[in-house]
Design a protein around this ligand. Structure first.
Ligand SMILES: C[S@@+](CC[C@H](N)C(=O)[O-])C[C@H]1O[C@@H](n2cnc3c(N)ncnc32)[C@H](O)[C@@H]1O
Ligand code: SF4
Length: 389
């Protein structure tokens, strides 16, 4: 990963809005997304989102919103009016920062692309499109409803409609060769602007892919081949001027997703909607919050109680320190050791740091931050576990 240092930024305050519905369930996906045979009652959802916002606003008064993120599920299936109503409700509770980032996760179908202008009028200023693959056979194998041509047409419309856009690809897919991925990524870069999210396929629990994998019907690259995919990805993106600023996210400097940086820099955010998570700073400490996951249950609970938090607990200093490491070490900029100390009341274990440095897994930046090295990133989980222990 390229070395880059950010200004000593306050990560800011963000609002995450979860829309839990999709047109179909992709076989690899374990996000909180559901398919319904009937139209969704968006007015009912708007009222529930308003209630949850009012509830969270009482716990986090006086913040300035740096970012709003509509995630899913497929929030591009929402009406633009619904987005506008939610953004109005957010603005009624908090100040919106002058350059607030408002991101929408969108599926790249023609139906959704036709509505991009309406989304922009509603206040969206950045879209992130789930392209996933650049050829029809692989899109079909991933259970996607769009073709490659349709996805690229949606990307072109996004480019004309929004100053900021990004798209997602999944690589190391069953049967994919490293050479084919190289060609595919180079093709993707011809359509990209300044941000791409590139995820190595993972087998998630309770998905169709997990069942196929366990039955021996899905062949994935082994660890060595996975490492080759990773190296090619870093090489191509580095050369293109979009190095990784996070393990799966690549951008030219300044084009990073500010919303995701709030999470990774261990900032503060509220989450509304089914299965949304939040981290709020209160005088007693950092609170971890999560809502009811099931969409209709979430609606009913919000309508009864005014919110649907099923988890709302103060984190211990150790839990905060672990989360801080887990999030911050995903970033190319790494972490500030004094911030770890302030959270945990102790220093990082000097012996462990020295041994990870000796193994080439972590390194100090010229500014005294600690970051995972290019060698350490492919085994990030093990490095974090070692440092946090
Ligand atoms: C919430 S999903 C995207 C939303 C949108 N509904 C879509 O599919 O385009 C966020 C991204 O996570 C990635 N993703 C989901 N499941 C994955 C898996 N099992 N392995 C790798 N990437 C995955 C996909 O690239 C996806 O676009
Ligand atoms: S990948 Fe996106 S479209 Fe597919 S089920 Fe998951 S959230 Fe829905």
């Amino acid at each position: 990963m390229a070395s880059r240092t950010y200004s000593p930024a306050d990560p800011g305050f963000g609002v995450y809005v979860h829309w839990p519905f999709c047109l179909s369930k992709c076989p690899y996906c374990d996000f909180n997304s559901h398919v319904r045979p009937h139209p969704i009652d968006e007015q009912r959802f708007i009222a529930a989102y308003r209630s949850e916002l009012a509830h969270r606003a009482k716990l986090a008064k006086g913040r300035s919103v740096a970012s709003v993120f509509f995630g899913g599920g497929t929030p591009s299936l929402m009406k633009a009016e619904t987005m506008a109503a939610i953004l109005d409700a957010i603005a009624a509770h908090w100040t919106m920062a002058p350059n607030v980032e408002v991101t929408l996760e969108a599926n790249p179908t023609s139906v959704e692309a036709e509505r991009f202008r309406a989304f922009r009028s509603a206040g969206v200023n950045r879209v992130s499109l789930g392209v996933q693959a650049m050829n029809d056979a692989d899109l079909k194998a991933l259970g996607r409803l769009h073709t490659a041509a349709e996805a690229m047409a949606a990307v072109e419309i996004a480019a004309k409609t929004f100053d900021r856009y990004s798209f997602d690809l999944i690589y190391a897919r069953p049967g994919q060769s490293v050479a084919a991925w190289r060609t595919e990524l180079e093709e993707a870069l011809r359509h990209a602007k300044d941000h791409l999210s590139l995820y190595q396929l993972t087998i998630e629990p309770d998905t169709m892919f997990e069942r196929l994998f366990n039955a021996g019907k899905l062949k994935l690259p082994n660890a060595d081949l996975g490492r080759e995919f990773w190296d090619v990805t870093q090489e191509i993106m580095g050369k293109a001027g979009l190095p990784a600023y996070e393990i799966s996210n690549h951008a030219s400097p300044g084009a990073e997703s500010r919303h995701n940086l709030i999470y990774w820099r261990y900032g503060e955010y509220v989450g509304i909607g089914p299965g949304a998570h939040g981290r709020i700073l209160t005088p007693k400490g950092r609170r971890a919050q999560a809502t009811e996951r099931h969409p209709e249950m979430w609606l009913t609970v919000v309508e009864t109680d005014g919110h649907a938090l099923v988890e709302d607990e103060l984190l211990s200093v150790e839990e905060q320190a672990d989360e801080f490491l887990l999030m911050g070490l995903r970033l190319a900029e790494g972490i500030e050791p004094t911030q770890f100390q302030a959270l945990s009341g102790r220093s990082l274990d000097p012996g462990r740091v020295a041994s990870l440095i000796a193994d080439g897994m972590v390194e100090y930046t010229p500014h005294g931050r600690i970051r995972v090295s290019a060698e350490g990133f492919p085994v990030l989980d093990a490095v974090v576990a070692d440092l946090a222990a």
